[in-house]
Design a protein. Structure first.
Ligand SMILES: [Zn+2]
Length: 402
């Protein structure tokens, strides 16, 4: 791989933290205080609106933060002002998203209070402000992250960090702590052209099928994890509140969730890398459009159909998998100088890739496609992937001509 001159990217790097017991306790307290702040700010907005019809804004709450810190010198004031502002901004974004969805005629849930275990990330918006990446650069072997109120925490830095560190987040996953660095000006790496193009269909039996007929990810191991997760959740539901057994069951569910996340990430990285190496142009379904038609909750105009069938845990794990995969694929494509095209998936599974005849009867079963007009027979997902590729190349020609 060679560096692409002039191409720089924004990219994140994630590393495991190795806090001491005292630092881990401080991290937990930091997270807990930010959660309390988030919930207090949410409560403030709710009551101000309910009692006086007043909309509280981010600017008002940021100004209040000074008083909150002054009143709580051994609590909230221990942490960085900037990370607390970032938490208030996160609440502000939740409200913005809520009102946007209302304007779109959807039925969003009102921003919720974050219970224990539902608030896992604190962000520091600027390196050097309440936090410092590589805080002891002279150390020969270990990299440290300094966090205000926590100290210099050891980082398991398994790869080099490129570019300039902009924001720093710390996140808890089960019993582990991670740091996520968001970096600017990361140099891109171009891959040599292959002259090949591909369409990918995102399905259920195979997570991905290419127009070349390859079935890339078998989600069987994800489905197995989903079964274990479902069993653990049923087990949790039977436990008495505040019991020791319940706490253990909660930990088990959290550990399984983390396991699924790691499996999914690992599979997504490998698959995305294979596609990026093999093809110059990759066409996929636009997940935002696909999700509008798949959405279990539906919209006001079109309430969800087959809701029960679509809300299964397996289904949600696959849906999340596609989102994660496309995010990773787009980062790798951008970095390698590959072209990624998203197309409207409407009709791609019912249309014949050979003669373009479009009918629901063309799809014989989940896996089998046979055209009622020309007799073309193919694996249904491969046929769909070919249609996706054709739609992407047509879109590309149209935008190049314009
Ligand atoms: Zn046909």
């Amino acid at each position: 791989m060679q560096a692409t001159p002039g191409v720089t990217l924004r990219r994140s790097f994630k590393f495991l933290l190795r806090p001491t017991a005292r630092q881990a306790a401080a991290l937990a307290a930091c997270l807990e205080d930010h959660r309390t702040l988030y919930n207090a700010a949410l409560e403030h907005r709710r009551t101000a609106y309910a009692k006086a019809g007043v909309s509280v804004r981010y600017g008002d709450q940021s100004a209040d933060l000074k008083h909150i810190r002054a009143d709580d010198p051994y609590g909230q004031a221990r942490w960085s002002f900037s990370s607390q502002q970032a938490t208030l901004r996160r609440l502000d974004r939740a409200f913005t998203a809520f009102f946007t969805r209302i304007r779109q005629g959807r039925r969003p849930g009102y921003p919720r209070f974050k219970g224990r275990g539902r608030f896992d990330t604190v962000e520091w918006p600027k390196d050097g402000d309440g936090c410092r990446w590589d805080s002891q650069p002279g150390h020969p072997t270990v990299t440290f992250l300094r966090l205000q109120g926590v100290g210099h925490v050891r980082v398991h830095r398994h790869r080099r960090v490129a570019g300039t560190v902009k924001t720093i987040s710390v996140t808890r996953e089960g019993t582990r702590w991670y740091v996520v660095l968001s970096c600017d000006e990361v140099p891109g790496h171009a891959l040599p052209a292959t002259g090949a193009v591909v369409g990918i269909d995102m399905g259920v039996a195979s997570l991905l099928t290419t127009s070349d007929g390859e079935h890339l990810v078998n989600p069987g191991h994800l489905a197995a994890s989903a079964d274990r997760l479902a069993a653990a959740q049923r087990n949790l539901a039977r436990k008495q509140r505040r019991s020791q057994r319940r706490r253990k069951a909660v930990a088990r569910v959290a550990a399984l969730h983390a396991h699924v996340r790691r499996q999914r990430l690992d599979g997504a990285h490998k698959t995305a890398l294979a596609l990026i190496r093999g093809y110059d142009v990759i066409v996929h379904e636009d997940l935002r459009i696909a999700n509008l038609t798949r959405s279990a909750s539906g919209t006001v105009e079109r309430p969800g159909r087959k809701v029960a069938q679509k809300t299964g845990l397996n289904r949600s794990i696959l849906d999340a998998g596609w989102g994660v995969f496309l995010t990773i694929l787009s980062h790798k494509a951008e970095s390698a100088g590959r072209e990624l095209i998203a197309v409207n998936p409407a009709g791609t599974s019912r249309t014949c890739a050979r003669c373009r005849h479009c009918a629901a009867d063309n799809r014989v079963t989940q896996a089998e496609f046979r055209c009622t007009a020309c007799g073309h027979a193919a694996h249904a997902d491969v046929n769909a992937a070919e249609n996706i590729l054709r739609a992407g190349l047509a879109l590309r020609r149209a935008t190049e001509a314009a």
